[in-house]
Design a protein around this ligand. Structure first.
Ligand SMILES: Nc1nc2c(c(=O)[nH]1)N[C@H]1C(S)=C(S)[C@@H](COP(=O)(O)O)O[C@H]1N2
Ligand SMILES: [Mo]
Length: 258
């Protein structure tokens, strides 16, 4: 399931290490504090088995924010996913406080509430998720509003060529060409694994770009800006391919995600 292939070249997101990183004896750097924290978490998981899923999920997410080893992804409720954030903390947004703005080269800019998004037709897709560092989670349901629908509602101007995505973590960004953004398998996702998107997975709303490596699927989505040209996103500034087709980019040969 989780076939970790040798990497063709080092991935920046795997290279991010905490200050006290030390070799684990097999050449793989491992943060001592993270490792001890992980062991403690394992014991807690046994002692506090009936803990509410939501609480454990956010606790796991907090731990794996600082986990360059991916070990927390192997703990209960990780479900094969690693939780990633490029910031040390992310504000929480509820149905009351969440907004998604659509602006830039459009005739009708607007801000959507969560209720607005939920009121639109929802599309459900079940595809594999593939991270560029190697982990893969098979058959993961995502559900939400097609990005193309929001773009059509906004009235994209003739001079537009791309879409830029921003996040309420205050740091992450992504982008797609307009043609990519209009694909039927690109969603503004409200649900994942048949549950409302939790904070750890980028809730209440994240982008889901099914045919591309998972870094394109920006978590904690807060802004969609139609632009003239593609502006490289957070990881793309740090070496990832902008066109991130699974198996046909980043020097990797993974199976497609369908
Ligand atoms: N805002 C934000 N979105 C993000 C990231 C991030 O660090 N911040 N990481 C990306 C990467 S590299 C991956 S693999 C997935 C991880 O999603 P998950 O944490 O739900 O498993 O989110 C992507 N979107
Ligand atoms: Mo990733």
């Amino acid at each position: 399931m989780n076939s970790e292939r040798p990497q063709s070249r080092e991935r920046p997101e795997a290279r991010e290490q905490p200050d006290e990183a030390a070799p684990d004896g097999r050449g793989r750097p491992i943060g001592r504090r993270v490792f001890l924290g992980t062991l403690g978490l394992g014991a807690l998981g046994v002692a506090a088995a009936p803990v509410l899923q939501r609480g454990l999920e956010s606790f796991l997410a907090g731990a794996s924010d600082k986990d360059p080893t991916g070990l927390t992804g192997l703990l209960p409720n990780g479900g094969g996913f690693r939780y990633y954030s490029v910031t040390s903390s992310v504000p929480r947004k509820s149905a009351g406080t969440y907004r998604l703005t659509v602006d830039g080269l459009v005739d009708r800019p607007r801000a959507y509430t969560l209720a607005d998004l939920r009121a639109l037709p929802q599309t459900r897709m079940v595809r594999d998720v593939q991270c560029v560092t190697g982990w893969r989670v098979p058959r993961t349901p995502f559900e939400g509003v097609r990005l193309s629908r929001l773009l059509d509602a906004a009235g994209v101007r003739a001079t537009a060529g791309a879409v830029r995505f921003t996040c309420f973590d205050g740091a992450y960004s992504e982008s797609l060409t307009l043609a990519q953004a209009r694909r039927a398998d690109v969603l503004v996702a409200l649900r994942m694994q048949d549950e409302d998107l939790g904070h750890a997975h980028g809730g209440p709303v994240r982008l889901y770009v099914a045919p591309m490596y998972f870094y394109k699927s920006a978590k904690w989505l807060s802004g969609i800006t139609v632009t003239e040209d593609v502006e490289p996103g957070y990881w793309e500034e740090r070496g990832y391919d902008i066109d991130a087709w699974v198996g046909r980019s980043n020097g990797r040969d993974d199976e497609p995600t369908n």
